[in-house]
Design a protein around this ligand. Structure first.
Ligand code: ADP
Length: 493
């Protein structure tokens, strides 16, 4: 069991505030919301529950910072600030990892490696882009009034409202903050009400890194209140959202009213496609990682498993055996492989889906909705078979450790089934038959296709969805388009 650092205990015991213009302040109304430890089902902190008036203050602070000294900072200075922030996240890595595991529930191993490790790498990667933003020179053919010189410049979009989910709280905060700062924007970040703690600590580290007050503001609160007020705020120039498709549509609609730019990274129902040449044990291990990683609370979770019929029984039985052998328990014990879901609401939602699947004729190869001993919000890793392609458990995002497995006969059939979904975020193909893999890739409608891997994310690889999985690409050079506007300049000389 991981022993909590004294600074983690001290942080939990603090009176938490909103971070606006470099100050830590309560919500105007004085309202707070409770924060839980999902492994124990107990309250570990209270944070302000911001309302529209608080969001107004935060947006005003971000605007003042954007029009102030921040806009005159040289790109190399922004780069240096991001590098310093990365260094501080790394230096406080264990503290942030412990806070994340306490609040989100995930394994301390994942918190260290991904929440902290990936955040640091991503921050460093984005720091490099601050000095590499460029436009192009253009040859014009206008027949009168010339000659002309023309070029484009990319300017920061302005004040960004960022609304993030609870599945990877620190990573999601950095995915929004780092490109925002690299591009010269300022930000108001609203973390999920379930998982605000690392974002609050991050706001302090931003100041410590020397990022000017008001450039990064953090407003905690409920989605329908603080989140909605931010998305519809006329004072923001761009809203960047990661979360459910349902809420993403509300945000897009609110943004459009003000013609605020928006990008949406939404839900998924990603297929894992196993071709018959694949070794069943390797396929089962890959499928287990694809769905059980972070308890399936991953937008690209491999929640639909399609196995070529000849291998179906071998792969699904091996997967069920792996799942049944996974050790369930709190994330602070690194030996536990399945940790609690983030909230009681999420646990009930996932168990509801398992029961629904069984009611619609599915059979469990392992797992099920039965309670796990103890007060935490655990759900057993579950494999469902005998499900119809149109069943709700096949079509809807469950966001838990539940996979539906179905056989297929040929590649056109599996491509059609993989695409028979409202979503198009990720997909993986498991095979060493290059001809068949390369034949399948163009047929699958998804923003990322992995081959013999799944859920692999890299700062240099654009990430985003087709169809109802979203609009826009984060990471890589592509992310610069989300936080800059292109301006064309045409000079007659
Ligand atoms: P989930 O259903 O998995 O909790 P959501 O999409 O509801 O995911 O939440 C993602 C983020 O969106 C959270 O920060 C949440 O507070 C916020 N949110 C929820 N509802 C709204 C809304 N109506 N307007 C703006 N933000 C919202």
């Amino acid at each position: 069991m991981t022993e909590l650092l004294p600074q983690v205990q001290a942080f939990l015991a603090r009176r938490h505030g909103l971070h606006i213009a470099g100050q830590c302040v309560p919500a105007r109304s004085g309202a707070t919301l409770p924060v839980y430890n999902p492994a124990e089902g107990e309250v570990i902190a209270h944070v302000p529950a911001a309302a529209a008036a608080d969001v107004d203050r935060a947006v005003a602070a971000a605007r003042a910072a954007f029009t102030g000294a921040w806009s005159r900072l040289r790109p190399a200075e922004r780069e240096k600030l991001l590098l310093r922030l990365a260094e501080l996240i790394e230096a406080h890595g264990e503290e942030l990892a412990q806070l994340e595991t306490l609040n989100q529930g995930k394994s301390i191993v994942l918190s260290r490696l991904l929440e902290v490790g990936h955040s640091v790498e991503f921050c460093r990667y984005m720091a490099g882009w601050a000095t590499k933003i460029e436009g192009s020179t253009l040859d014009l053919s206008i027949p009168i009034g010339g000659p002309y010189r023309a070029f484009t410049v990319r300017e920061p979009v302005g004040v960004v409202g960022a609304i993030i989910p609870w599945n990877f709280p620190l990573i999601m905060a950095l995915w929004k903050i780092a490109p925002t700062l690299a591009c010269g924007c300022t930000v108001v970040l609203k973390p999920a009400e379930e998982t605000p703690l690392t974002a609050l600590r991050l706001a302090e580290l931003c100041l410590e890194a020397g990022i000017p007050a008001g450039v990064v503001n953090v407003v905690t609160g409920y989605g329908h209140e603080a989140g909605a007020a931010l998305a519809r705020h006329p004072g923001i120039d761009k809203v960047a959202f990661t979360g459910s498709t349902e809420v993403g549509k509300l945000i897009g609609q609110a943004a459009l009213d003000n013609m605020t730019r928006f990008s949406l990274e939404l839900g998924g129902k990603s297929p894992v496609i196993v071709l018959e040449d694949m070794d069943p044990a390797q396929a089962a291990a890959g499928a287990a990682g694809a769905i059980f990683f972070n308890q399936g609370q991953v937008c690209t979770a491999g929640s639909r498993l399609y196995v070529q019929r000849r291998r179906f029984a071998a792969v699904t039985e091996a997967l069920a055996e792996l799942a049944a052998g996974m050790r369930i328990g709190p994330g602070l014990d690194p030996a536990n492989q399945i940790n609690p879901l983030v909230s009681k609401r999420q646990q009930e939602r996932v168990c509801g889906y398992i029961e629904l699947g069984l009611a619609q004729g599915a059979r469990t190869l392992c797992g099920g909705a039965a309670a796990v001993d103890g007060p935490g919000y655990f759900v057993r890793p579950t494999v469902l078979v005998d499900v119809a392609q149109n069943a709700r458990v096949v079509q809807e995002e469950i966001f838990g450790p539940v996979v539906v497995a179905m056989p297929f006969d040929d590649l056109d059939e599996v491509a059609a089934k993989a695409n028979d979904s409202a979503y198009g975020l990720g997909a993986s193909i498991w095979s060493n038959d290059l001809r068949r893999v390369l034949g399948l890739i163009p047929k699958i409608k998804a923003g990322t296709i992995w081959v013999n891997s799944h859920n692999m994310i890299d700062p240099n690889m654009p990430f985003g969805g087709f169809k109802q999985s979203g609009i826009g690409r984060e990471m890589g050079r592509a992310v610069l388009d989300l936080y800059t506007e292109s301006k064309s300049v045409c000079i007659a000389y």
